[in-house]
Unconditional design. Structure first.
Length: 328
């Protein structure tokens, strides 16, 4: 369908409507698209046709088992899907299984839609899925066209964190992150923008890091070895797991939180609320996120929506014991 769309100069959604003989396209568009399909030797995908004829009411989910927010999302999505007559087929991403392998397995189960957290935009399996079924891209800004996109309002989230710390007297506020695909870059940029908006552009300090726990520990060691007079008085971490590793490492290294440095996470997952973490964190509402994702699937499968939609979910800041007044 992509080749036909490029050949005619129209959207893939319009091509899909014509090839499915669905209402909406004009007679002229139908004639041009059908002629192009014949010229290009298009043959409809048999499995996609079967999927349309015999519904399975299954939704595939690509997610990371080690990410607490994504696991909680799956829990919420399962109950919402069941209430609407849908079931989930879970595909857990890992270092040993590529996105291609996971998506191929999900498609083999004849899922009717795919909900994918931060998928690899270059995965051939993802491109095939987009051609055949509705895809909801989660977590980060979508990198390809033709998919619905549900993601958190990172700009507002970072502004809330910066405003909270500024009110507590902080100016030397660092950010740990920046790696990890589109979401890593976007959160770091949201931090830069929030600092500039707060009049702290000259204090921007990105500690380049990945999302994982060991990266958080490395950031903590880097900060702990700085003189107290030049060390940032607060650090915002790219995720909760990263931030809890920072907390644990500071405890080992004798850096007091929040007396010497405040720590803020991102997600407000269950690990942030644990009594031994008590982590201040930018909150993604998992219930709202699951509801938004399921709404896009229902709009596509049951209501016939064809145009991709971007949904930004609201953020809040949950303040706990890991953040406090600036030490200087």
């Amino acid at each position: 369908m992509r080749d036909i769309a490029v050949h005619v100069g129209v959207s893939r959604q319009l091509v899909s409507l014509v090839l499915r003989d669905a209402p909406g396209p004009s007679a002229e568009s139908r004639d041009r698209i059908l002629a192009a399909a014949e010229d290009l030797g298009y043959r409809p995908n048999a499995s996609a046709r079967l999927l349309r004829q015999r519904r399975t009411h299954l939704i595939g989910v690509l997610f990371a088992m080690r990410n607490p927010f994504e696991v909680r999302f799956v829990e919420q999505l399962e109950s919402r899907a069941a209430a609407l007559g849908y079931g989930l087929v879970l595909g857990a991403r890992s270092g040993d299984r590529s996105d291609d392998a996971v998506i191929e397995q999900l498609m083999a189960q004849r899922v009717e839609a795919l909900i994918a957290f931060n998928p690899d935009p270059g995965a051939a399996g993802l491109a095939d899925a987009v051609e055949q079924i509705p895809v909801v891209w989660m977590g980060e800004r979508a990198s390809i066209a033709g998919v619905d996109n549900v993601r958190v309002d990172e700009d507002r989230g970072l502004r809330l964190a910066i405003d909270h710390l500024v009110e507590a007297g902080h100016r030397d506020i660092a950010y740990a992150g920046g790696r990890g695909g589109v979401v890593g870059r976007d959160r770091a940029e949201a931090y830069r923008t929030a600092m500039q908006d707060a009049g702290l552009g000259s204090h921007v300090n990105v500690l380049v890091s990945d999302f994982d726990e060991e990266s958080g520990a490395a950031v903590a060691r880097q900060l702990a070895h700085l003189p107290a007079t030049t060390r940032p008085t607060a650090v915002i971490c790219c995720g909760d797991l990263h931030a809890t590793a920072v907390l644990a490492s500071f405890a080992q290294l004798g850096v007091r939180v929040p007396e010497e440095i405040s720590v803020v996470g991102f997600d407000d997952s269950y690990v942030a609320a644990l009594s031994y973490n008590r982590l201040t964190s930018i909150r993604q509402d998992v219930d709202v996120t699951a509801a938004a994702a399921m709404a896009r699937v229902v709009d596509r499968l049951d209501d016939g929506a064809t145009e991709p939609v971007e949904v930004l979910t609201a953020t809040a800041l949950t303040v706990r014991a890991s953040s406090g007044a600036s030490p200087r």
